[in-house]
Design a protein around this ligand. Structure first.
Ligand code: DLL
Length: 438
């Protein structure tokens, strides 16, 4: 309340629901036709289901259409999902993926314009303007983070420093000397930068940073508070995925109460990942996205595997585009320990609330005999290490009890000294599931 709200395109961002529905329907019909006509995969899949693009007469009709998955991209590797000839493709990116072939994504000239416009939208929503100096510490390369944010930042007219990721000491030196006012990277790298700054004896007051725009991985509100406190900034979240476009699909405004989807370009649904039925607003399920304006790579009902819920209440910022809660993680990241579903983010939330704990942790799941065991390694502040055993044990017990309260699982907690666990320059990987070896 009382905040200045900056729009990139107020007419689109605040469009009334019935106009938005109409716009979405027109664009959906054109996307499904385009995909059917130009991508063998969609034509075969729709034919096999007895569907035709002409069967889309309302937004609800999409619910009968089949889903698209990452495997479909892999089966059509590298360019089989493209809907335009290669001569119209002007950029290629890909998503790394930990297993199997990467997914390859392409953009036409118009797609790049739309992409940079939508990224400019997310930057404006965080209050970034032409007066900002933006340090982009996402990797530049096949990953969509670096180039995606780069062209959006140029569109806003900000001064862009294309740092890319890594080289942490240099990042900090440049941040100070070039007077960067906005930092863009993963939340785990922001945390690492904050820590490296402390180590170098540089105080946040010596920097000019005001804003941080973090995304590309799940992070909790508690992690946000840590980052904001340590870097003295306002931190917002933004979401995207390569198959759908890259960054710029959804973003927080300064209310920081969920991420707005750019609904004029994407149609979003939540489904039950088991029954695959659509769920109403407010229910937790898997996010499914259909692109509405993409030329090179239209995607129909892409199963993101990200678990979240859509928030129907209007946002005080005035944007009408629906918001989603911070994704709790991917359904494939969900751990099933002794039959109980556990998201790493639940544990992060607990750890970040305990003041002696540092926001660096590792979860190791293993099987001893026929029993699953969860080991939680967490860094603690220096003081605890000078404390007597009794205090250390009390802390371990408190952490274990709080994790048990939230997840129902009794973990084996180990406290470790500061800076002993791995740090991440890009996306973090804090879970080791040793059960997957066999
Ligand atoms: O991570 C695109 C991106 C770049 C988004 C920079 C934001 C900023 P991929 O590498 O294809 O694309 O990974 C997509 O990352 O399905 C989510 O699981 C996760 N993810 C991305 N943003 C968020 C977020 C980019 N804000 C996958 N919160 C997605 C939670 C996120 N998870």
């Amino acid at each position: 309340m009382g905040k200045i709200v900056m729009f990139r395109d107020q007419e689109q961002e605040c469009m009334g629901r019935s106009d938005l529905d109409q716009l979405q329907l027109e664009r959906l019909i054109s996307t499904v036709n385009h995909a059917y006509r130009n991508v063998d995969f969609y034509r075969e899949s729709l034919d096999a289901h007895g569907l035709k693009p002409s069967m889309i007469r309302s937004l609800d009709d999409l619910a009968q259409f089949p889903f698209t998955t990452k495997d479909d991209f892999r089966d059509n590797y590298p360019y089989g999902m493209f809907a335009v000839p290669m001569r119209d493709i002007v950029r290629i990116h890909s998503s790394s993926g930990t297993t199997g072939k990467p997914t390859v994504v392409g953009y036409t000239r118009n797609d790049l314009d739309t992409w940079s416009e939508l990224v400019a939208r997310l930057l404006s929503a965080s209050g970034v303007t032409a007066d900002d100096v933006i340090q982009i510490a996402f990797g530049y390369g096949l990953f969509t983070g670096g180039f995606g944010l780069h062209y959006g930042a140029e569109k806003v007219g900000a001064s862009v420093i294309p740092m890319s990721s890594g080289n942490t000491q240099k990042q900090i030196m440049i941040m100070r000397d070039y007077r960067s006012t906005a930092l863009i990277c993963t939340p785990s790298y922001a945390m690492y930068l904050a820590e490296a700054m402390e180590h170098m004896g540089i105080k946040p007051e010596e920097l000019y940073l005001k804003t941080g725009l973090f995304g590309a991985e799940p992070w909790t509100h508690e992690m946000r508070q840590q980052i904001e406190r340590r870097l003295h900034i306002q931190a917002t979240d933004n979401y995207g995925l390569s198959e759908v476009m890259g960054p710029g699909v959804a973003y927080e405004c300064l209310e920081k109460q969920g991420m707005h989807f750019s609904e004029d370009h994407f149609l979003v649904e939540i489904i039950d990942p088991v029954t695959l039925q659509r769920l109403p607003y407010g229910e937790l399920g898997e996010l499914v996205i259909t692109t509405l304006t993409k030329e090179a790579l239209p995607v129909i009902r892409y199963r993101t595997r990200d678990m979240t819920r859509l928030l129907a209440e209007p946002c005080p910022c005035g944007r009408t585009h629906v918001r989603m809660e911070k994704p709790t993680g991917r359904s494939d990241d969900m751990l099933i320990i002794r039959g109980v579903n556990v998201f790493p983010s639940q544990i992060e939330e607990v750890l970040c609330k305990i003041e002696q704990c540092e926001p660096h942790y590792k979860l190791i799941v293993d099987r001893k005999g026929s029993l699953d065991v969860l080991e939680v390694l967490v860094e603690v502040n220096q003081q605890i290490f000078f404390d007597e055993m009794k205090k250390q044990n009390a802390l371990i017990q408190r952490i274990a009890a709080e994790i048990r309260n939230v997840t129902g699982i009794s973990p084996d907690v180990k406290i470790v000294e500061k800076k002993t666990l791995e740090r991440f320059e890009g996306k973090s990987s804090r879970v080791l599931d040793r059960r997957l070896r066999s």
